[in-house]
Design a protein around this ligand. Structure first.
Ligand SMILES: [Cu+2]
Length: 167
């Protein structure tokens, strides 16, 4: 193969790639629903944020940031050898149109070295960074209310349940 044919072949490939980019460059709009952050007790230095994410096009959650903590990581919690373990993941995949749940016991956004106690009724501003299939990044600002430790119940069992049940 001569150098010329190689170059023209490469050019054709490049053109094809450019074409498919244009065709599939639908913007990935990510819907963030029901975000919340778990309240902490005095002295507790870590907490988690939970929510539901739905992207219109294939995308992934690559990072998150918040002023309330020194570091923020995307985590996955799973059962390994009968022990719940959590680990940082490089990205959370968001298939097009599918709702991905960040919930206690599963995916979550983790805050380390919290600057102060998070109390029920506080609001935590945070920024989520998403990357679409083309590698283009966009950020979404989220205001997440702080809910107490016992808030890990299914939606629908809202704030009215349980009043007066404490002893
Ligand atoms: Cu975690």
């Amino acid at each position: 193969m001569t150098k010329t044919t190689l170059t023209s072949h490469a050019l054709k490939l490049l053109c094809l790639a450019a074409l498919s980019l244009v065709v599939s460059a639908a913007r990935a709009d990510v819907r963030v629903e029901d975000p919340w952050v778990r309240a902490t007790v005095p002295g507790q230095s870590a907490s988690g944020a939970f929510m539901r994410l739905t992207s219109s096009a294939p995308a992934k959650l690559v990072s998150a940031s918040a002023k309330i903590a020194d570091s923020v990581e995307v985590h996955e919690m799973s059962m390994t050898d009968n022990v719940m373990r959590m680990k940082q993941i490089p990205a959370l995949d968001l298939p097009a149109g599918k709702t991905v749940e960040l919930a206690p016991g599963g995916y979550h956004i983790m805050f380390f070295k919290l600057h102060s106690q998070l109390k029920d009724g506080d609001t935590v501003p945070m920024t989520l960074v998403f990357e679409d299939a083309q590698g283009k990044r966009s950020s979404v600002d989220v205001q997440a209310p702080v809910r107490p430790l016992t808030a890990a119940m299914p939606a629908g069992h809202g704030a009215h349940a349980g009043h007066g049940a404490h002893k």
